[in-house]
Ligand binder design. Structure first.
Ligand code: URP
Ligand code: ZN
Ligand code: ZN
Length: 465
């Protein structure tokens, strides 16, 4: 299959140019003005933007909270219609099992033959026994060169203490495995949660009260010091507040290899959503918690000025009718509500509508944040860029489309969207995955199982020094 896309505006992290793009087989073969190839299909993209397929490096298809699991890879076509052609899934190490074998098994049973976009994996270390620490280098050999530890969630099997984080950083550094942290102080949250529940403050809004910005800032700073001690790179997932952001920025500016991401929902939602009546606030329970306008403003500035390096979805497909209601009723509280919200499909739409169209970020900055840097950081060498030799993961983006976001028309398989009713300007009209068209006129036309595992290279390009 070969495709020639003519007359579009090609947008990369470095700039824009009106040019043609030719793909043959799975790869981009040429980009330039006036290309004339004999292609199987020629598309006129005049008036449209040509963007690289997105890389969403923070997805939870296998997350289980208090025994209840999210929707999985069978909903990955939602990524495709949203312009994400590669996603990276966090796989929690299973009890009494190794890091690599847990991912290998999950990959075979839950991803292969099901995934509709390409995919990679992050390990989540839950059981830091000596032999598990010793196993860390094997992650890099297996193509899983990134590992997260949860500083939050005291009492859950996946919570990690400083001992585990420091050892992971030290061993990871030897092997090229990048350590990531969910940075929130678990003890602070635990104390505040118990106090709030004792006072009868149990509704979804108190989720935010139980984990204010200082909780995130403290853990972020601590993780940065641990990384300094280990002289290892660190990636802080979902930075949500200005205090934590300042820690990441300061570390980065003094030359430490500290990278940070934020997520689409922290840029456009705030804690007032948690106060919605009739338990609707539960839809917005995610961790860290949604913040206020001043934090949103700080995050927009940070993504624009490269103090944060990526914007992910932190997609969590828990439904409202049953799963979010685990925190509803007699004896229940916000602490029983599964954390996370579905947002796989609308990451690019939100960033375009509220970022590019409102002048907060340029189109090139958008490309860097949602595709190029996530690919580099995670060692996905042929992803995230429109350049010769890269995978033919390409979006033809129609800036004139206007719509409204609704769970009823999306493919996430969840009974709500945190962005319900939001206006949408523009959309990925056509999407290619390794040269194959998988979205046409905004509709998914690919096949189940078309997605492929993409091994990551140890210490992605963003970490080379
Ligand atoms: O609330 C969230 N983000 N849930 C998913 C797990 C995590 O903490 O990333
Ligand atoms: Zn997290
Ligand atoms: Zn997450």
């Amino acid at each position: 299959m070969s495709t020639l896309i003519k007359n579009g505006i090609i947008v990369t992290a470095d700039g824009e140019q009106k040019a043609d793009l030719y793909m043959d087989g799975e790869s981009i073969v040429a980009i330039g003005e006036g290309l004339s190839y004999e292609a199987d299909e020629i598309i006129d993209a005049a008036g449209k933007y040509v963007l690289p397929g997105g890389v969403d490096q923070h997805v939870h298809f296998s997350f289980t909270y208090k025994g209840s699991k999210t929707r999985g890879f069978e909903t990955s076509n939602a990524a495709a219609v949203g312009g994400t052609t590669t996603l990276i899934e966090f796989v929690n190490q299973e009890k009494d099992r190794g890091l690599v074998e847990t991912i290998d098994d999950y990959r075979k049973t839950d991803a292969e033959g099901i995934a509709m976009v390409d995919y990679a994996f992050h390990s989540v270390m839950t059981d830091p026994r000596e032999e598990v620490i010793e196993e860390i280098p094997k992650l890099a050999e297996a193509g899983y060169p990134t590992m997260k530890l949860f500083m939050a969630y005291k009492g859950q099997f996946f919570h990690a203490d400083d001992d585990a984080i420091l050892k992971a950083l030290q061993k990871g550094k030897e092997a090229g495995v990048t350590v990531m942290v969910h940075a929130e102080n678990a003890d602070m949250i635990d104390v505040l949660t118990k106090q709030l529940i004792a006072e009868g403050k149990t509704g979804p809004y108190y989720h935010a009260v139980s984990r204010p910005p200082v909780v995130e800032a403290e853990a972020t700073r601590r993780a940065i010091y641990l990384a300094e001690l280990a002289d290892a790179p660190l990636y802080v997932v979902h930075v949500t507040c200005k205090e934590a952001l300042e820690e990441v920025k300061a570390a980065y500016q003094r030359g430490q290899k500290v990278f940070g991401e934020t997520c689409a929902h922290y840029l456009v939602l705030d804690e007032s959503n948690l106060a919605k009546p009739d338990f609707e606030g539960a839809k917005y329970v995610c961790s860290p918690a949604l913040r206020t306008q001043e934090h949103r403003d700080a995050l927009w500035e940070a993504v624009d000025r490269k103090w944060l390096n990526a914007i992910s979805s932190d997609h969590c497909g828990f439904d409202y009718a049953e799963q979010k209601h685990m925190g509803f009723g007699e004896g229940k509280s916000f602490a029983d509500i599964p954390n996370g919200a579905p947002s796989l499909q609308n990451r690019l739409n939100i960033l375009w509508t509220f970022g590019v169209c409102e002048g907060k970020i340029s189109r090139s900055r958008l490309v860097d944040l949602y595709a190029t840097m996530p690919a580099k950081i995670n060692g996905l060498e042929k992803k995230g860029q429109l350049a010769v030799g890269f995978d033919g993961d390409v979006i033809i983006f129609d800036p004139d489309y206007e719509g409204v976001i609704s769970y009823e028309t999306n493919l996430e398989g969840v009974d709500y969207s945190p962005f319900e009713g939001f206006p949408q300007k523009g959309r990925p009209e056509t999407v290619f995955l390794r040269g194959q068209k998988i979205v046409e006129e905004g509709k998914y036309i690919g096949e189940k199982g078309q997605g492929r595992f993409i091994p990551g290279k140890a210490f992605g390009a963003a970490y080379q020094w």
